[in-house]
Design a protein around this ligand. Structure first.
Ligand code: ATR
Length: 278
């Protein structure tokens, strides 16, 4: 039996085992997918031990994505750009690291939510790992502009400088929340961890003027505080990050198994489970 796993700390509540079990069943793949609690010390040893015992690949989640980046022998272009790895493949020539988070977001936005990014004005809230992880796939959709706004403005500026060389068709700008200005945005993406403390990034209300979609990378049984505020302020539509989770998993599954599962039924299953507290 070919073995896969997700490693993180904590890991008990990870939805990845259910998602990959559903993908495997749907596509007829014979494989197992476990949850591994990563130790505070010795992440690399745990990964190597899993590979040595027949593991073929691992998803990596908080707080190990940077350590996975350091561990990989080869890195995909998008993992390099993200500076983080969420998908490890154990191959004959070494450990391959990829990052499927960004493409997961883009698939959810474009394919599931029907949101056209090309030519749009995007406001990306946050300048941490989550924002860095989605920048390359986001730029590839050729938005008109991306404004990165962050609580600490200097981190937004750093992210802009990092990606400016990779940016052809898009105007990039970095600022603090108070300097977003009075323009409106077509798409607003919350990549901060503010929702974890029930806070909402304090952006000007005008930012929501003409907003087609306000997207929170966090998710839960109920709309997040950011989604509620976005609705109040006039965003035409809001969505949480459950679809991104399923889409990034589908991309990992494809990397490992060479087959792309249908995500719609799995997303619907998770949504029901969330709503009913399962
Ligand atoms: P992640 O990998 O989830 O992006 P991170 O690298 O620690 O985690 O980044 C967290 C992001 O959420 C940062 O942009 C952080 O802002 P700062 O750079 O100013 O720290 C942002 N963030 C966290 N809590 C926040 C809050 N309560 N309000 C607004 N932004 C917040």
């Amino acid at each position: 039996m070919e073995r896969y796993a997700v490693i993180g700390n904590p890991i008990a509540h990870s939805k990845s085992p259910r998602i990959h079990a559903a993908f495997a069943e749907q596509t007829g793949q014979v494989m197992t997918y476990e949850a591994v609690l990563g130790p505070e010390e010795g992440f690399a040893d745990t990964v190597r031990a899993f590979a040595a015992s027949g593991g073929r690949g691992m998803n990596v989640t908080v707080p190990f994505k940077l350590q996975a980046y350091d561990l990989a022998d080869q890195l995909s272009e998008r993992a390099q750009a993200a500076g983080a790895v969420n998908t490890l493949s154990f191959r004959a020539d070494g450990i391959h690291g990829d990052n499927t988070d960004g493409v997961g977001l883009i698939r959810d936005l474009q394919d599931n939510l029907g949101c056209a990014l090309q030519g749009s004005r995007v406001l990306l809230l946050g300048a941490g790992g989550a924002s860095r992880g989605v920048m390359l796939p986001l730029l590839a959709t050729r938005p008109d502009s991306i404004t990165i706004a962050n609580r600490t403005a200097s981190r937004a500026d750093e992210l802009v400088e990092r990606f400016r060389p990779l940016c052809e068709a898009t105007v990039l700008r970095g600022c603090g929340f108070d300097a977003v200005g009075d323009e409106g945005f077509d798409v607003i993406i919350n990549a901060t961890s503010a929702s974890l403390s029930s806070e909402v990034p304090p952006i000007p209300p005008q930012a929501y003027s003409g907003c087609q979609l306000a997207y929170d990378m966090m998710y839960g049984a109920r709309p997040t505080p950011f989604m509620l505020e976005a609705s109040d302020r006039g965003a035409a539509r809001t969505a949480d990050g459950l679809g991104m989770l399923v889409e990034q998993a589908a991309e990992s599954f494809d990397i490992w198994r060479g087959i792309r599962p249908k995500t719609g039924p799995v997303l619907a299953m998770l949504r029901t489970q969330l709503a009913t507290g399962r």
